[in-house]
Design a protein around this ligand. Structure first.
Ligand code: AMP
Length: 143
């Protein structure tokens, strides 16, 4: 999939927005959703999406960016306050060549812990029980 293209109404994140696929949510409002990555690169790996149909950051309508970035920061702060990592990566990929695998725009919030390497991108599922426990902690810190 290249950077340009038609938005696929059946991509997995759109299905999550419509409630047709499950997600372990940590934050939702009328325009945004944040949920646990089921193939986490580290403990607490969280995804933040706008509900608008956009394949990537380049085709995101300019008027939604400000509020979306505010929500990314809000969720990143909650992740850090809940899990006390030593650092946090906030990342976003555009196009298959850039390792994007789901073509609905999203930011990754990946906590980094001293001495614990990140695991591979989009591989290795975490247990649902563990993700639920982490999500409950994060939800407690959403302001
Ligand atoms: P990217 O490769 O940047 O497009 O990231 C997509 C992310 O979505 C990867 O980190 C996957 O682990 C994650 N992912 C894929 N399917 C799901 C799902 N059903 N629920 C939560 N995260 C998912």
């Amino acid at each position: 999939m290249s950077i340009d293209g038609i938005y696929d109404q059946n991509n997995i994140f759109k299905k999550i927005i419509r409630g047709e696929a499950p997600a372990i949510k940590v934050y939702e409002d009328d325009k945004h959703l944040a949920f646990m990555d089921i193939f986490p690169e580290s403990r607490g790996h969280t995804l933040v999406i706008p509900k608008v149909d956009s394949r990537n950051y380049l085709d995101l309508p300019a008027d939604v960016i400000g509020e979306y970035m505010f929500v990314v920061q809000k969720v990143a702060r909650a992740v850090c306050n809940a899990l006390s990592p030593d650092g946090v990566r906030i990342m976003q990929y555009n196009g298959e060549e850039a390792t994007q695998t789901v073509f609905h725009v999203h930011f990754h919030i990946v906590p980094c812990y001293r001495g614990i390497p990140l695991t591979a991108h989009a591989k290795g599922a975490a247990s649902r029980a563990e993700l639920e426990e982490i999500a409950a902690r994060i939800r407690q810190h959403i302001s």
